[in-house]
Design a protein around this ligand. Structure first.
Ligand code: NAP
Length: 231
């Protein structure tokens, strides 16, 4: 059975990804920082709850220890947890505003990946899916025909650009692991006050598809549900 960890699995795209991967027969460990909501969602979906706050070394180490003792390896890691930060103009943005978003979206992703790598390296078909965004693409955010070009902001956009580069560097340095970045598209979740134009069932498609690739699947790519997209 494929063992899968999803960070931020208690709601939104993470929850929908968990639901779909349970249906695919994965042994899904649903990471969440709030135990009550995480356990309730895991029970509802037939997943296993794993306490995991991506901003805490202690929490992430404890989560890795649980997986180590309960399973001994990890096949699929979905780095999904993310926050938008407040929306304010670049001129009004301070280093603290940027740092707060990076703590989760960038440092959190590296913290979890670093802690889980030894477990992934024990899998015969390890896969990492990093949930990025079209907002992290320099090409897409510069295209006046794209909705992503209409919102200007430093913390979230640049955090997802960092996720893209981190994905590329991990993929190039760890050829035994399939590591890709995905853009779910503008999806109605708490992250955007449910203003997204598509439901989570559509947004999660690319996350699920890249979680299901085998050892011959792509690595070092950035894509949405239609295929590769420009960095
Ligand atoms: P969401 O409904 O707000 O879900 C975000 C999840 O991340 C929640 O489970 C949240 O947990 C969790 N999280 C936040 N900080 C965490 C921490 N420190 N430790 C562990 N979990 C934490 O938003 P979403 O739209 O599903 O977002 C999921 C991912 O998709 C994010 O990386 C986001 O950037 C990306 N994305 C979303 C869209 C979109 O249009 N929605 C588009 C492109 C990319 P709590 O419930 O405890 O806060």
């Amino acid at each position: 059975m494929t063992t899968t960890l999803i960070t931020g699995g208690n709601k939104g795209l993470g929850r929908e990804t968990a639901r779909r991967l349970v249906a695919e027969g994965h042994d899904v460990w649903l990471g969440a920082r709030d135990s009550e909501r995480g356990q309730a969602t895991a029970d509802e979906l037939g997943a296993r709850f794993l306490a995991l706050d991506v901003t805490s070394d202690e929490s992430v180490q404890a989560a890795a220890s649980v997986l180590e003792s309960e399973v001994g390896h990890l096949d699929v890691l979905v780095n999904n947890a993310g926050i938008p930060g407040g929306w304010r103009s670049p001129a009004d943005t301070t280093a603290d505003h940027v740092r707060a978003v990076y703590e989760t979206n960038v440092f959190g992703l590296v913290r979890v990946t670093h802690a889980m790598l030894p477990l992934l390296q024990r899998s015969s078909r390890p896969v990492i899916v990093n949930v990025s965004s079209g907002m992290g693409s320099l090409t897409i955010t510069s295209d006046p025909d794209r909705i992503e070009s209409t919102l200007l902001g430093l913390p979230y956009q640049s955090s997802k650009s960092a996720v893209n580069m981190i994905t590329s560097q991990y993929a190039r340095s760890l050829p035994g692991i399939r590591i890709n970045a995905v853009d779910p598209g503008y999806t109605a979740t708490d992250l955007n006050g449910h203003r997204g134009t598509q439901p989570v069932e559509v947004g999660a498609e690319v996350i699920v598809a890249m979680a299901l690739i085998g050892p011959d699947g792509p690595t070092g790519t950035y894509r949405d549900r239609t295929g590769p997209i420009p960095w």
